[in-house]
Each structure stands twice: as structure tokens, then as C-alpha cells.
Design a protein around this ligand. Sequence first.
Ligand code: DGY
Length: 333
Amino acid sequence: QRFFSSTKPRIYVTRVLPDQAMKILDQYFEYDVFRGNSAIPQDTLIKNVKDCVGLLCLLTDPINETVISHPNFSKIKMVANYAVGYENVNVAKLSELKIPVTNTPGCLTEATADIAMSLILATHQRFLQHDQALRSNQNGTILNFQKDTQDLNLDPLCNKTLGIVGLGRIGQALAIRARGFGMKILAYTRTPRPKISQRIGVEELTKMDDLLQYSDFVSLNCPCTEQTKHLIGMEQLKMMKESAILINTARGKIVVEDDLIYALKKRIIKAAGLDVFYNEPKINPELSKLQNTVLLPHIGSATTRARAGMGILAAQSLVDYLVHKKWPKNFVN
Ligand code: DGY
């Protein structure tokens, strides 16, 4: 029987959160926190969740059948995921047990859109190659025009088309940034948003194939669900222009990574800018060997403001439900 007690509820937290969030936890909960430098091992999580009514966890913590069906999990009444994505949590199973799951929408929109725009600029302008060349080139900044200019990107972004897959908060924030650079914006989205699209200057397409064919940059900004897992494989990569660049700040599993690596090697597409990977936190070594990639260590939400906002929201959701017995606003089930 899951029940509320009158003492401070006991919860487990799988990572030290920003101060503002820890203060909320201090005030309302009895809690332990995992202080390791990497993701908490599953057996440690299972051991520590015993007698807890709430769990505050991260994307790197699979809250799967093994965890959920363990006797130590039996008192859990709520799971707060410190991320907007929640594919690490078996939400269906928790719903069956009537355990609410919350995420942290809204806090990282601008931060992630900044990273997507930065990857567009970095891949287009080939910043990394220029930086490396300049550091190793004794001749300084003067280009060998005969040799080098043909290899440069001479077309400015205002002549380019960006195709956004997923026009939620982050997709919209990216569109606004890219419009600032004069880009033409196409979008393919599960939920048509004609009014918003018109306001921010986005042309919504009804077929993803069209977006792939017409875009110079394809940016993935959708969640990873059963429908979007492996959305981009060889067939889709072949539809893209040879000069096209794929940007992924959403989730690694939306792309068949081996197909992407092949396409980059064979120049089926030109380049990729990636902040997320298939087997995070590991990265496929083949990707790091390629010159036509810009790779970031999943920093889409890594601003102080975003992380603090996420922490406060996750902690507050636990307070709402476990202390004030109110249904949290940002539940996902
Ligand atoms: C999220 O919140 O889903 C982000 O990817 C975490 O950085």
C-alpha cells in the first residue's frame, strides 16, 4: 500500500543538483544523494532507493523493469526526471502502478537552440578545420587561394535552407535564431502549428521526404519515441543533398548511427554537427576519426540558468506531490 506519512518524506537523488534545487530538497525532504562523478550504477540505485517515496533521477539512469520490479522500489510514489527527455524511464510500467513521472520542460529551450545554431555555424564555416590548420600552419592566416578557396564554404547562410524536424519549443527557438541569419526555414512536425509557423516565418511541410530533399541543413529537434527512433537511416540520408549537413541536439537514437558514419565517410552528405550520440555516454570512435563532424559532449542544457531551472522544477514537482499532495504540472503520464 502506497501512503503519505506526516514526517518529511524520504527521497533518493542520483546526482548533486545546482544549489537552488538542493535548498528545496533540504527544506522538504529526508534524502540521500549519489556523489559519484559518473552515472550511478544500477545496483547502487536499487540499494539506496529502499524506503524512499520519491526518486529524483537523470537521463543516464535507466528506470527500467529491473529497478521498478525490485522490492526496494515498492514504496516509491513519484519519479522526477532531471531532463526534458524521459526515454530512460519506463513510463508505461510506472503508469500501471499509478506512479507519476515528471520532466523539466521549458528550462533548456534557449540553451539547446543556441547549441543547435552553433553547430550550424561551426559545421558550415568549418571552424574546427580552420582552427587546426591555423595552429599547425607556419604561414599564418593567408590562404593559398588556388588550393583553399574551392574547399571553403562561400555561400552565406542567408542563401541556405534549414529543415527542422519537430517544431516544439526548441525547434521554434532554433527557427527564430536561423531567421535572424536570413535562412529559409522548413519544418516537419507531428502537430501542425500553422499560426506559430506563420508568426516565426516557418513553412510547414506535410512530408518529411520533402524536407530532407530541399534542406541544406536538417536539424533534429523532436523527442526520441517509438515513432522517432531510427527516423534517420540510410534511406533518409540518401534523400538529403550531397552538400547537406545533419544537426542533432535531440537524441542519438533518432539516427541509425552506423548509417550516418557510412554516409559521412562516403560523402553521401557533407557533414554532421552532433551533441548527442547513440550509446551515450560512450561515443563511437569512428565518429571522432571523421573530419566532417563537429562533436559536442551533450551540452544542450549546460548553462547555469538551464540546469538551475531544471533542478528547481524537478525538486518542486516532488514537493508538490509528496508534500503538498498536489498533482505536479509537468507530469508526463
Ligand atoms: C534533456 O533535458 O533532455 C537534455 O537532453 C539533458 O541535457
